[in-house]
Write a protein that binds this ligand. Structure first.
Ligand code: FES
Length: 500
């Protein structure tokens, strides 16, 4: 089965065309995932003229690969965040994420968007053979930051009657692309213009405003918001404070009512998560995800999906047939909070990146914060998400994540994975050495070869083949390239160097 998420069949702004020449607006928003479209919505409601531009289809990036958990907490455990940021900043973080969920709830109501939004409980449960003290520590930390939590024993999974559990009330979930289709329509009705298939080459400050350069024309704007999953406007500094991870999700059919509608996740490392989505004809979908690893450091999706399925079938015997499987990329930051606000060194360029596994709430919180800054207001979350911050207490995470880049450059002196392109089977990609160069080689299903440099066009890290998604992944900062060497995920903007 190829990668296809439960959400992707829902099209957002399907009538959008590409940029057809030079244009002008108050704010150019680059990227059309939840961060970009939510930003456009907040700004057009406050009277700004806005253009949204994307390199591919509207909302076709990582937002279409989410697992749709709207968590007003810290995805990496509140107890972990308090160690780095302290109690007060963690409290503010949780409040900002909760405000993002409230904002989604309000917007879908105001704009009458039918997107399956619902409030429900979240359950963090003790993983198999894991100590219960993780649960105790987490409860203490959550209480210390003032969020609601209840301790209990047992979740409704087979063999989990005695596991220790935390219950979080008022979590939420929805269908993310149905939501964005509704928000984009509301934006369009207020004059926002959408451009798809229009890759941005550069965003620069120019004459008191901003210039957005593309091969199809230039947008002159007062401000720009770069909401491209990983920022394309900042070349290096901010990327040393993030690390890309790949996560896997499977959806199964399940009889309606077989499991209470809630969000479930465990304390294992890497953790598993379970959630439900309404289907048709008395069948719902059950999503099971996890098996995360650092991007580019494994190419064994089939084994990971098999482990996820085995785990889920043991705990939830009512599971039916698999309907979808997909993977997505999460951009963790060293202190678990995103980077939102003015791009360091800029006056009129703003960024929203570093989803840390909670991209839906980060995207909406980012829209609220960046809109306030563009309107010339101060905001209580400004310091928390300041992109230029140096989180000293996160030094351990900083060193650990950047060792990936150091090890990665050492790969240039290693031998290739194959010694000749003749070794490549149809549908296979691998690294080949030719003299001093490393080549990303792929043979397509018709037998044709596609040869590009294996050096990422961002800052040169060594690419790795991803056979499940049929693309080249960069382990350093999360860029992805298709088989022709064209970037399909930021921060890279240039294509890979072609090899004859
Ligand atoms: Fe930065 Fe590849 S994404 S070097």
């Amino acid at each position: 089965m190829t990668s296809n998420s439960l959400w992707m069949d829902t099209l957002v702004m399907p009538a959008a065309g590409s940029l057809g020449g030079d244009a002008q607006c108050d704010v150019a928003v680059i990227g059309s995932g939840i961060a970009g479209i939510s930003t456009a919505y907040e700004l057009c409601k406050r009277g700004k003229s806005v253009m949204v531009i994307d390199r591919g289809r509207i909302s076709g990036g990582m937002t279409s690969r989410t697992s749709a958990h709207l968590a007003p907490l810290c995805d990496d455990l509140v107890s972990e965040m308090t160690k780095i940021k302290g109690i007060e900043a963690t409290r503010l973080f949780c409040e900002s994420q909760a405000a993002a969920v409230d904002r989604i709830e309000a917007v879908q109501k105001q704009e009458a968007i039918d997107c399956d939004f619902r409030r429900l409980d979240g359950y963090l449960f003790q993983g198999r053979d894991m100590p219960a003290d993780v649960i105790d520590q987490e409860m203490d930390a959550v209480r210390a930051v003032g969020a609601a939590v209840h301790r209990l024993v047992g979740v409704p999974f087979s063999g989990c009657e005695h596991r220790h559990v935390l219950r979080y009330p008022r979590q939420a979930t929805f269908h993310p692309l149905k939501y964005l289709a509704g928000v984009a329509k509301a934006c369009h009705d207020r004059g926002v213009q959408f451009f798809r298939d229009s890759p941005v080459d550069e965003v620069i400050e120019d004459g008191g405003g901003v210039l957005v350069k593309t091969a199809r024309g230039r947008i002159v704007a007062r401000h720009a918001v770069v909401a491209t999953n990983s920022s394309i406007s900042d070349r290096f500094a901010i990327h040393t404070k993030t690390a890309p991870y790949r996560t896997y999700v499977i959806a199964f059919a399940i009889p309606r009512g077989a499991l209470p509608d809630a969000l479930y996740w465990d304390t294992e490392e890497p953790y598993h998560y379970v959630r439900l989505q309404p289907g048709a004809d008395k069948l719902d979908y059950l999503l099971v995800g996890g098996e995360d690893h650092k991007s580019g450091q494994a190419d064994d999706a089939a084994e990971r999906f098999a482990r996820l399925e085995a785990w889920a079938r043991e705990l939830i015997p009512a599971l039916g047939e698999e309907t979808h499987r997909w993977s997505g990329q999460v951009l963790d930051t060293v202190d678990y909070a995103g980077f939102i606000g003015r791009d360091p060194g800029c006056k009129n360029i703003y960024i929203a990146m570093g989803d840390s596994g909670q991209g839906l709430t980060h995207g909406v919180a980012g829209a609220m914060l960046n809109t306030a800054l563009i309107m010339g207001e101060t905001h209580p979350w400004q310091e928390l998400y300041e992109p230029g911050r140096v989180p000293l207490k996160a030094a351990k995470n900083f060193v650990m994540e950047n060792s990936t880049a150091v090890k990665n450059f050492a790969e240039y002196i290693a031998p290739g994975e194959i010694s000749s392109v003749d070794d490549l089977k149809r549908g296979q990609g691998a690294i080949l050495r030719r003299g001093l160069d490393k080549i990303a080689a792929y043979r397509d299903e018709r037998g044709e070869l596609h040869l590009n440099s294996a050096a990422c066009s961002h800052v040169g890290c060594h690419l790795h083949w991803n056979s499940f998604e049929t693309c080249w992944d960069c382990p350093c900062h999360g860029s992805m390239f298709d088989i022709e060497g064209v970037p399909i995920n930021a921060p890279a903007v240039g294509r890979l160097k072609r090899v004859d």
